[in-house]
Design a binder for this molecule. Structure first.
Ligand SMILES: Nc1ncnc2c1ncn2[C@@H]1O[C@H](COP(=O)(O)OP(=O)(O)OP(=O)(O)O)[C@@H](O)[C@H]1O
Length: 251
């Protein structure tokens, strides 16, 4: 996947002001957005998903323009064919596992899924080993089960890109390791490029083909995990993260 993000947006709430001014481009199937809390990672991901609209700039994926402020292109969220997994998974509490996953396939005019779509839901539940949970509601699922359902829902419509906002943050450390391995397998199986947000170095080490360090609303640095390329080596936070990263690599 070739991804090119160059966006600006000002957010003002009461006396708080945040300026997002993120620019990066990468060619990778596993991109990690890494940085401290409040850095602008989720806003960047939401802009790629089409959930928020930047004031200025461009977003292109594999030469498809998703957003361009100059030419007034802004592909609607439901036409981007992007799977998005928010931090809290956002499962519908009143829908069963099967219906939550099926929701990802339903067009807004559809009352129910057709036979082929129903079969696709069954197939993906089988793949994720959650068929036994088909009629359960999210409140009765464990953290790992909820995450699998949310991933299945994001992947059921065969997206061109999968966006994951801190997918492991809510899981205990043991489950986190297990789900990391699952995600790697899923990515191989579906061959869907992934953009993942994290502030966990272990995620960077597991997934970071290419890592973009975001801090203070800006992409401060982009590097290849095995062959780091420095672009703007001037920030202390960046250097701290990189030394952690190097220490971990040497360990
Ligand atoms: N609608 C909004 N109005 C005003 N400020 C906002 C709004 N949404 C987000 N922000 C601010 O923008 C900044 C970046 O938010 P963002 O959610 O992108 O951070 P993040 O890097 O994903 O952090 P975390 O890792 O904690 O989720 C934060 O300071 C946040 O408070």
């Amino acid at each position: 996947m070739a991804i090119n993000v160059n966006i600006r947006k000002h957010l003002i709430e009461k006396h708080r002001r945040f300026e997002l001014n993120v620019q990066f481009q990468a060619s990778t199937n596993f991109l990690v957005l890494f940085g401290p809390s409040g850095a602008g990672k989720s806003l960047t991901l939401q802009s790629i998903a089409g959930l928020i609209t930047p004031e200025q700039g461009t977003i292109t994926i594999n030469n498809t323009i998703l957003f361009d402020s100059q030419t007034h292109i802004n592909i609607p969220v439901h036409c981007r064919n992007i799977g998005y997994l928010p931090q809290n998974y956002a499962l519908f509490p009143h829908l069963t596992v099967m219906d939550n996953i099926g929701f990802g396939l339903k067009k807004f005019w559809q009352w129910s899924l057709n036979k082929a779509e129903q079969q696709r839901v069954q197939d993906i539940m089988h793949l994720f080993e959650i068929s036994n949970l088909a009629n359960s509601f999210p409140r009765s699922l464990s953290g790992g089960q909820q995450q699998r359902v949310a991933l299945a829902r994001a992947l059921v419509c065969k997206p061109n890109l999968l966006l994951l906002d801190e997918p492991f943050a809510a899981l205990n450390p043991l489950l986190r390791t297990k789900m990391r391995n699952e995600l790697l397998q899923i990515q191989k199986l579906f061959n869907t490029p992934v953009v993942i947000i994290t502030h966990d170095q272990a995620d960077v080490d597991a997934f970071g083909e290419t890592v973009v360090i975001i801090d203070d609303g800006k992409a401060q640095q982009i590097y290849n995990h095995k062959n780091r390329i420095r672009e703007t080596p001037d920030l202390s936070i960046t250097n701290l993260m990189l030394s952690n990263h190097e220490a971990l690599n040497e360990a």
